[in-house]
Design a protein around this ligand. Structure first.
Ligand code: HEM
Ligand SMILES: *[C@@H]1O[C@H](CO)[C@@H](O)[C@H](O)[C@H]1NC(C)=O
Ligand SMILES: *[C@@H]1O[C@H](CO)[C@@H](O)[C@H](O)[C@H]1NC(C)=O
Ligand SMILES: *[C@@H]1O[C@H](CO)[C@@H](O)[C@H](O)[C@H]1NC(C)=O
Ligand SMILES: *[C@@H]1O[C@H](CO)[C@@H](O)[C@H](O)[C@H]1NC(C)=O
Length: 347
């Protein structure tokens, strides 16, 4: 872990009777990445990434939300170290984050990261990490759907450890705001980051599992069931959940935005809709109900510029989570495989 000093501060994020003091582990946000990291070593890297993302934004739209989520899942579990990209097929073992049920077949966009890596290696072999490629790709994916361009620092190294079990620590759509706030705080993220980043759910797809169509949300998210717009729920159920024995039940068939199935609805209409009980994930609806988050939801619903600015800032922070730097880790030759593992690559 790239933690200079385990520096733990206790802050009162937002003080309410229901949300006690949370411990924020600021050492999880590493400040040693730099904006001009590849300036001499690989000056074309950002152009290469952005060209590939622009092409995929037109022809492979599903990869755009896929890549944003990949970067989040990479960073949230063992830091932004490219560990999410390690492929179970290539190891012939299943103890990878990618294979964990929390990710499983729901991940997408990996082929785009591999395309980028192949292109980058032609220009500057062995200098750009997969973790950095994923961070740049997620930034460009976010820009492709409508956020202003923002600069991210680089210098992340790729992890060499494999342990899929950690993926059990990913946030769950049936968790309540207390639980999610706690999980974010452990990583150095605030309740505001939680609300701001959730706007990503204005695009993309879900498995039926864990959505309002499937989950009895009253179990974990009190008040959400009453708040839920019943006709919206009927629409989600009707459109999105194949019968459990149909073979596609476990696939990513539920649009997070059932009214517009592609990437056009990116942004604050998500907050407006969840304020009206129209949301696909119980955890999203919970933000519009809970005392510590509902005012933020209202604020973003009516202020797209503010949300975009905050979103970009939160992504920059997310991208610094527990990164490996300097001599730590390695620069992977192939994003799906740790260098020391000697398995032929299927291209
Ligand atoms: C409270 C935290 C979060 C929860 C509980 C959550 C949950 C989920 C779930 C259940 C899905 C559907 C995928 C599946 O069925 O496995 C999903 C999709 C997605 N999430 Fe999240 N998420 C959270 C935070 C985030 C954050 C912070 C980001 C980005 C910065 C993000 C970006 C996305 C995107 C883009 C998709 C669509 C993926 C695709 O279409 O391929 N999520 N999320
Ligand atoms: C804080 O972060 C450090 C470095 O990543 C880690 O070793 C430590 O366990 C974390 N502490 C808490 C309370 O999460
Ligand atoms: C969902 O929870 C409610 C409240 O506890 C309960 O009345 C209802 O029977 C549950 N429904 C299912 C399908 O489990
Ligand atoms: C459910 O889907 C069918 C076929 O797509 C459609 O005809 C029907 O109106 C839908 N019902 C609801 C409640 O949305
Ligand atoms: C919010 O609802 C409006 C109106 O029904 C719809 O056009 C828009 O696509 C929705 N946005 C999201 C992110 O679901």
């Amino acid at each position: 872990m790239a933690s200079p000093l385990p520096f733990i501060v206790t802050v009162l994020a937002i003080v309410t009777p229901s949300l006690a003091a949370v411990t924020v582990n600021t050492s999880a946000i590493i400040q040693t990445l730099s904006i001009d990291f590849y300036k001499r070593k690989c000056p074309s890297v950002e152009k290469i990434v952005s060209d590939v993302i622009k092409k995929n934004a037109l022809t492979n739209k599903g990869s755009i939300p896929g890549i944003i989520r990949l970067h989040f899942h990479d960073c949230f579990i063992t830091g932004c170290d490219g560990s999410i990209l390690l492929t179970p097929e290539r190891y012939n073992l299943y103890n990878t984050e990618m294979a964990h049920p929390a990710n499983g077949i729901s991940l997408r966009g990996m082929e785009v990261i591999n395309q980028i890596k192949t292109e980058v290696e032609k220009h500057c072999p062995n200098v750009v990490s997969c973790a950095d490629i994923l961070a740049y790709a997620a930034r460009d994916a976010i820009v492709s759907v409508g956020n202003p361009h923002y600069v991210i620092p680089a210098g992340r190294r790729d992890g060499v450890a494999i342990d899929g079990n950690f993926a059990g620590g990913l946030p769950k759509s049936i968790s309540n705001i207390e639980r999610l706030t706690e999980q974010y705080a452990e990583k150095g993220l605030t309740v505001e980051d939680l609300v701001v980043l959730e706007g990503s759910h204005s695009i993309g797809q879900s498995r039926c599992q864990g959505t309002i169509a499937e989950v009895n949300s009253t179990l974990e998210v009190p008040a959400v069931d009453n708040f839920l717009d019943k006709s919206y729920k009927a629409m989600v159920e009707n459109q999105s959940c194949a019968p459990k024995d149909s073979g596609v039940f476990w696939r990513l068939t539920t649009p997070l935005n059932p009214e517009k199935k592609v990437n056009e609805a990116w942004g604050v209409s998500f907050y407006e809709n969840i304020s009206k009980g129209k949301g696909v994930l119980p955890s999203d609806l919970a933000m519009a109900v809970h005392g510590t988050t509902k005012d933020m939801v209202k604020q973003y619903a009516s202020n797209a510029e503010l949300w975009k600015k905050k979103f970009n800032e939160a992504m920059i922070k997310l991208g610094k989570m527990n990164v490996l730097t300097g001599e730590q880790g390695e620069i992977r030759r192939h994003c799906g495989i740790i260098n020391s593992v000697n398995i032929p690559v299927k291209q």
